[in-house]
Ligand binder design. Structure first.
Ligand code: ARG
Length: 596
């Protein structure tokens, strides 16, 4: 089914048409329709227009009202104050529009009219290292952005640009050559068949051991350090034995990453994991092109790109270093090669990078360089920068020992906390231990994701588990409970009581408020997708659950005093609310258990 126009869009359209009929010279003036407390909507556009035309706003507003043809959407419209319009829509139109939305599997969310191809670069942890809260943000935000874009019909290519090509791989592979059994599984305590999670933890334990042991040697034994440096040259030069060992390390890391993703309930496909190393063969071409075109210049042996407005504290320019003076390539070179691949080969229209805001300067320089080189159309690449996760002290989140917090520890703690909540709340549901565990993971992981997504992504936020799993307030648990409660009402409905929209009924205030908000779903999803703002959807869903709570308190559903039609219509509102919550949460990557 095609998209369903919201009632607010229909009213907006009527006003816009009336405006241009009443004042032909105002052809594209916006009536500025907003939700309002006084009536359902308020339109403020007449004020600015009257000012522009040097006319009287109240007069103009009356003219617009007179130009609206008879219709059954607008129940009442009146000029108020200095020249606003207060608009009340009819209950019948409201229920009819919602019925059309409910008849559509996508709940009326429109496809984009001009979908293109977007490459989304997200969930990019570093090989042989633990994932931390920064990787949490990139994974959770990236997943939601991908869902939203795909839902709008955009073709999305996922790219997990993992850090698999840094200088430490010389050290790690050299150590493996000298200690061939270091990555062996024999010394593991974990059982073999424990699922992605247990396997992942065991893999990380092996990598940690390897990392620590080689680091010690690297820092204390100058000859080993020298051999590690030579080994890096061999690796980057494609030496088969070194590459084999490097592969072993990467594969081990991938097992670990998949364990974390499984716990986080996100799907990452292996073919989308295209790390820094994948661009190795293109790096020389990148350098050659940049040097020949003069976009980059040699400076003290390094290949650099300079920017007028990027300077260090002492005023000397800070360049983007594409190739180091020893010939090595870094982070910038692989990012440039990736841009050529994504625009040139994957034919992407838009490149999105879900990366920590602290890397903003890097991306600004990389994008600018790629543009100067003619590889990247202006405005086609964009970082979606995210803020820092803070501890309760307001400083970047660290353990008590001052170390970065491991993502797996956070997840474990959140799920543990969620288990307490679930156990307490669901006492009379008679859940089995396995069901409690499953729900605890959906509630705990949902809590972490929602807390992350409900803030505008550029903002820093405080990691506070108590608040995140609270049943009251702007949390996923609150939304999950609202959903489960509705599902329980729907299950309890007696035979013959079906959710059916009844447009001839008049609505109670709490029903109208809920219905008007339901009317906004598709417009909200479209906006959140097009502007890459998942928090707008989160805010919408929270308000939906709150309005539902008020409705539930004020309007009995199964015992509605107005008889079977009112029961049917209220069940309809319940059902549409549940489906909206479910679809909205799914777009955010959060589960909505049927019973909680
Ligand atoms: N691996 C990097 C990190 O952990 C993030 C990579 C971001 N993506 C990119 N194309 N540079 O900080």
């Amino acid at each position: 089914m095609a998209s369903v126009q919201s009632l607010s869009a229909a009213v907006h359209q009527r006003l816009a048409e009336a405006l241009s009929a009443a004042v032909p010279e105002s052809a594209d003036a916006d009536p500025l329709l907003r939700r309002s407390d006084r009536a359902d909507f308020q339109a403020n556009g007449m004020l600015a227009l009257a000012k522009k035309l040097k006319g009287n706003p109240r007069e103009l507003a009356s003219k617009v009202v007179a130009a609206i043809p008879a219709n059954d959407e607008i129940k009442q419209i009146e000029v108020s104050g200095p020249g606003f319009l207060n608009i009340t829509v009819s209950d019948a139109a409201l229920v009819r529009t919602l019925a059309a939305r409910a008849a559509d599997g996508r709940l009326g969310v429109p496809y984009k009219t001009d979908p293109g191809t977007s490459v989304v670069d997200y969930a990019q942890p570093n090989v042989a290292k633990e994932m931390h809260v920064g990787h949490l943000r990139s994974t959770v935000i990236g997943d939601a952005v991908v869902n939203l874009l795909e839902h709008r019909g955009e073709k999305v290519v996922r790219r997990h640009h993992i850090g698999d090509w840094g200088t430490q791989f010389g050290m790690l592979t050299q150590y493996l050559i000298e200690h061939p059994h270091e990555l062996d599984h024999a010394s593991d305590t974990a059982a073999g068949d424990g699922g992605a999670d247990v396997e992942g933890n065991a893999a990380m334990a092996r990598l940690n051991r390897l990392y620590k042991a080689s680091r010690v040697l690297f820092d204390t034994d100058p000859e080993f350090k020298e051999r590690a440096r030579d080994r890096l040259v061999k690796l980057q030069g494609g030496d088969a034995q070194t590459l084999g060992l490097w592969h072993k390390i990467v594969d081990e890391s991938k097992i670990y990453f998949q364990g974390v993703y499984a716990r986080l309930d996100v799907e990452i496909a292996d073919e989308d994991v295209v790390g820094e190393s994948a661009y190795n063969d293109d790096l020389h071409a990148v350098v050659k092109d940049l040097e020949e075109s003069g976009v980059a210049v040699r400076s003290e042996g390094a290949l650099c790109v300079f920017f007028d407005d990027v300077k260090g504290p002492d005023g000397t320019p800070t360049p983007l270093i594409v190739q180091k003076s020893n010939g090595g390539f870094g982070y910038a070179a692989t990012d440039l090669a990736a841009i050529r691949n994504r625009i040139g080969d994957l034919k992407a229209d838009t490149l999105l990078y879900v990366v920590d805001a602290r890397q903003a300067l890097h991306f600004r320089m990389v994008f600018e360089t790629a543009q100067r080189a003619g590889w990247l159309p202006e405005g086609a690449a964009r970082q979606l920068p995210f803020g820092t996760v803070l501890g309760k002290d307001g400083k970047p989140f660290k353990t008590r020992e001052g170390e970065t917090v491991r993502l797996v520890d956070l997840l474990g703690e959140a799920v543990g906390r969620a288990a307490e909540v679930v156990r307490e709340k669901s006492e009379n549901l008679g859940l089995s231990e396995a069901e409690i565990t499953e729900r605890a993971s959906q509630v705990g992981v949902g809590a972490i994701k929602y807390a992350d997504l409900s803030n505008s992504m550029t903002r820093d936020y405080v990691f506070d588990l108590d608040r995140m799993v609270s049943l009251n307030g702007d949390t996923s648990v609150y939304l999950q409970y609202a959903y489960a409660r509705i599902r329980s009402i729907l299950r309890k409905a007696p035979e013959g009581a079906e959710p059916v929209a009844k447009a001839e009924l008049s609505l109670e205030p709490a029903e109208r408020a809920l219905a008007l908000h339901l009317d906004d779903f598709a417009d909200t999803v479209a906006g959140a997708a097009d502007l890459y703002e998942p928090h707008k959807l989160a805010a919408y869903l929270y308000q939906l659950a709150s309005l539902y709570t008020t409705f539930y308190d004020q309007c009995p559903v199964l015992k509605a005093e107005g008889g079977p039609d009112q029961v049917a219509n209220r069940l309809f509102l319940c059902d549409l609310t549940a489906r909206t919550l479910h679809q909205g949460m799914a777009l955010l990557g959060i589960r909505t258990p049927e019973r909680l």
